[in-house]
Design a protein around this ligand. Structure first.
Ligand code: ADP
Length: 204
């Protein structure tokens, strides 16, 4: 295993990143590397959106507009997955939390489960780079929100609503900022180097 948390109960990381920064790709790689589960909020919500009924329709409508799904729905969908993962080698949260109330709920959940967050990895890249990547991906993704106007809106929602989590985790001493405007392998290597540095610091 490449990274063992100081507590010895698996790793718990979250990926904080605007659309197009590569959190899905990095989340999968970090899960394979650490043995923790990759929990992608957008994927779990897209799966729920397929379900018949009002809840599925509500989630689908928010996602298609590029708006955040209401916090309570997100928590209802994510909490069982996080609880299960905490008992089996830890979790890499991809796209959750995305609002301050979600961050507070995630911290309360971790406390209830008797675990702590090791790091919040902030993947950053210039907005034109993010826009280009999302537009390049749009033709294959089949996602209702990969359209130029919705992409612009998602980037604005990130800046306004999720961006404040960067100072939030900085204040808590666990923010790890990584330049995501590099090839995927380089980004992975940078994250791994920073996390290994953290475990060494914790060992001292
Ligand atoms: P991206 O980061 O490229 O927008 P995601 O798959 O992470 O892709 O998210 C897609 C959409 O799913 C978001 O625009 C939002 O509608 C919904 N979503 C994902 N995570 C959350 C969350 N934590 N809170 C609210 N909505 C979310």
């Amino acid at each position: 295993m490449g990274f063992a948390s100081a507590s010895g109960h698996g790793v718990r990381l979250l990926l904080l990143a605007p659309p197009g920064a590569g959190k899905g790709t990095q989340g999968e790689r970090l899960a394979a590397w650490s043995g923790a589960r990759h929990i992608a909020a957008g994927d779990l919500l897209r799966a729920q959106a397929q379900a018949e009924g009002p809840l599925g329709r509500e989630i689908a409508a928010h996602q298609a507009r590029g708006d955040l799904v209401p916090d309570q729905i997100v928590l209802d969908v994510l909490t069982p997955a996080v609880t299960e993962a905490a008992a089996h080698g830890g979790y890499i949260l991809d796209g959750f939390p995305r609002t301050l109330p979600q961050a507070i709920a995630a911290a309360e959940l971790a406390a209830r489960l008797g675990v702590t967050l090791d790091a919040a990895i902030y993947l950053h890249a210039p907005e034109p780079v993010l826009t280009r990547r999302l537009l390049d991906r749009a033709s294959q993704s089949g996602r209702s929100d990969d359209k130029a106007d919705v992409i612009r809106h998602r980037l604005r929602v990130f800046a306004e609503t999720t961006g404040p989590l960067v100072p939030y985790y900085t204040e808590r001493g666990i923010l790890v900022a990584v330049d995501a405007d590099q090839p995927p392998d380089t980004v992975t290597a940078d994250i791994q180097a920073r996390l290994s540095g953290l475990t060494r610091a914790a060992d001292r």
